[in-house]
Ligand binder design. Structure first.
Ligand SMILES: [Fe+2]
Length: 166
């Protein structure tokens, strides 16, 4: 593990232990913004050899995960939340157009929920954004992009509901 990753993991662990709610996540987003504003750190944390979802670190005690993502072509996701978790998206290369949504109708295992767009904004390199539990969003990436994400728990093991535009 690189020193940068190991320091980031330790800092996240300390911040989330001291300040487990949304305020702690904002502190981590600030930390990521500072880190990723230095291209050397981008190279270390998200080298271009990174896959579409590489798990860099999972905290044994708190469960949060540090992930690196590298997309070499456009990549769009439908509206989604992060189930019982939160997530921080930190742009490292390229540009993401992010949409936030208001929920119009709840989702269930049988039926997609309904949403409407509340806000559209861009994540440029060095910008990090916190999505708390239940926040709905969708990223659109029209070219190659790289990002670092921190999730409250390993979302690859969580079943999520679908949402569609109302
Ligand atoms: Fe997301």
């Amino acid at each position: 593990m690189s020193e940068i990753l190991s320091n980031l993991a330790q800092d996240c662990h300390r911040i989330l232990s001291e300040t487990p709610g949304p305020d702690g996540r904002e502190k981590i987003a600030e930390l990521l913004q500072n880190l990723l504003s230095d291209p050397a750190n981008v190279e270390t944390l998200v080298p271009l050899t990174t896959g579409e979802r590489d798990l860099l670190y999972q905290d044994a005690e708190l469960g949060f995960c540090i992930l690196a993502h590298n997309y070499d072509s456009p990549k769009t996701s439908p509206p989604h939340d992060h189930g019982p978790s939160w997530a921080i998206y930190a742009q490292a290369r390229g540009e993401t157009e992010m949409r936030d949504y208001d929920k119009i109708e709840d989702a269930s295992a049988e039926k997609a929920g309904k949403v409407q767009v509340s806000r559209t904004y861009r994540l440029n390199p060095g910008v990090a954004h916190v999505y708390n539990e239940g926040d709905l969003h969708s990223p659109t990436r029209e070219g190659p992009t790289s990002l670092v994400r921190i999730e409250g728990t390993d979302m690859s093991k969580v079943k999520r509901f679908r949402y569609e535009l109302a």
